[in-house]
Design a protein around this ligand. Sequence first.
Ligand SMILES: [Zn+2]
Length: 392
Amino acid sequence: MRGRLVIDSLHGISENMGIVVDGGTILHVGKYSDIARHSGDLPVYNFDGILCPGLINAHTHLELSLFSKESFSHRDFVDWVIRLVESRSSATLEETHLQCLKAKREVEKRGTSYFVNVGNDYEMNVSLGRNQLFQFEQIGINGAYAGKILERARALLEELHGVDTSLAVHAPYSVSRELMQGIKSFNNSRGTITSVHLAETADEVEFTRSGKGRMADLLNHRVRKWTFAVPGMSPVQYVDSMGLLDEKTLCVHCVFVDDEDVNILKDRRSAVAVCLRSNMELSGERPPLEKFRRSGIPILIGTDSRASSPDIDMFAEIAAFYDEFHDLFAPSEIISLATSDAADFLGIGGHYGRIAAGLNNSLVYVPFDGDTEEASEFLVSEAAGKTEAVEI
Ligand SMILES: [Zn+2]
């Protein structure tokens, strides 16, 4: 195929590029004039616009795709969680599954090629295909049940092949120390990523510092009898004291963090998945990206779910990200965050996140007739809704 403009972390922006594809794999990438000889009699498809790698959604919950954020008018985060849990229990499995598949296909067609998909419904999520890391999320604040919960989760994952999986910690206010440590050690034994929702709201900080506030209300509402040994520290410090943070941990949100927390994340080399539109909906605050960036903390971008975000289209998410953080990140850097940087952190760089020989994931095409130097900015600000996946 021939692309007028190709944007990729390996080559930057290149004009008049050729990508030779055969048998579903990229064989060569280079100047069209140089590589035309490699293509033999393969058909040439012309793309008179931008081609870029498929984007990686670093945090979503596909199983919540039947909701829309409008369904949950809420007065605060805890109220939102309670409404979400109630709505989930009244939805049928068939409808949930159908909407989940529909939402995933829709954004795949628009160029999201891989999902870090956190969910509780094992059967449904593993049926969604191979282009995901399914993070089987565990919840349980009472340490006495940690062994049973882990045993069941481990047994399910150990018998499954063909889909990337690991266990996820829901959050410090909903998972006991024992369960948190068990999840991390299981994932470590398999070398897989652990996601944890962390420092998403001020209520969470209040809870790990004092054991009181709205998170205590939530537990009172959801759990008949619960115990929590108050750590008296921030959520980041707390999960760090449990050994949860290292270079294979993906901390989701990290909105309510102080300087000490940022230093811990930096020292542990954990990554942060930023879900800006969800944060604006649920707390109205944004994570301190200036500090993360200055500390060299790996930053990934996710949409979160339709229960707190308008959609799960990564091009819409990077447009919101650019709008908010254009003083901090150049457009080309944002494209790297959502492609090669994410792929490298997740350990899937051999298949996703670049346009290079040997790769076999889909690319994205965006019609664009502007100048070369405006292409990256166009991609991160105006491409949403105009993108189209190109199957190779
Ligand atoms: Zn989430």
